[in-house]
Design a binder for this molecule. Sequence first.
Ligand code: SAM
Length: 308
Amino acid sequence: MSLTSPSYVRDLLARHKIRLKKSLGQHFLVDENILKKIAAAAQLTTEETVVEIGAGIGTLTQALAQRAGRVIAVEIDERLIPLLHEHVSSYPNVVVVHQDFLQFDLRSAEDLSSSSSLGKGNKGLGHKRLSVVGNLPYSVTTPILEKLVEAHEILKTATLLVQQEVAEKLCAAPGSRDASAITIFMQSFAEVQRVFSVSRHVFFPVPEVDSALVRLEFYEHPRFRAPKELFFKVVRAAFNLRRKTLKQALTRSPLLALQPEIALKALDRAQLDPQRRGETLSLEEFDRLARALATLLEPRNCAVYRSR
Ligand code: SAM
């Protein structure tokens, strides 16, 4: 029986006495067409390993297994693991991992992909053969995105179903009203594309919000040259105090706590007006500012190095 039938899924869960947990974002996809579209949007090849974030009962896992060389299906809820095993049993290329994705070592997945015979000798793909796909549990979207950024060097793509509002932020133009710190972070590591909207009605049970699919294609190198820690702190400081001017954000944010003369000097070197609001800066301007600061800062001048 198909996992895209809501009544089948309801009965299956009832038979196993499983009550879905909102806290784990347990809303399963029950639309064949959307499943196919997500799997196609991931653009997987049989040379690739894909890590699925939050595999649930294996609905999307099956669609991925038909396209990828190997699927590593990570699921945190132990009650779903037997069902997940059962639903992928006919796919020898699926490995089920019962773990919190936030604790999962993505590099171990990369090792799996490079030791697989499918991956050997495929120089054309470069050194990146790992992608991730997930219908994300919304409560942990931000930590998941942060984890992906940390692993950007080994990741090729990420195809993620996220809350509509998050998709808007991820794809916003830096400097625009919708932009936030996550916009700058993600766009400095990946080309972010909004693929399509997904109605809440294709999930069981129906969640309270609509979703959108986004696709991240990771760059070979991030789009900033400043030291990463400092770049992140400047961006965070600017958006945490987004109603303040740049000068105020740099001096008042506890992340930086700069002396006013250093803040002004950095802004001058970066050719930025101290009265501008940080939220209006482009990615390149954030980089210029962080680089100017890097050349000015000494550990004793500010909190930057103390709060690491
Ligand atoms: N992939 C399935 C689908 O598309 O129907 C399920 C998606 S459901 C929105 C999110 C899944 O992520 C749930 O099965 C939930 O138990 C799991 N999950 C929640 N937090 C997780 C975490 N930190 N690590 C791994 N899985 C998690």
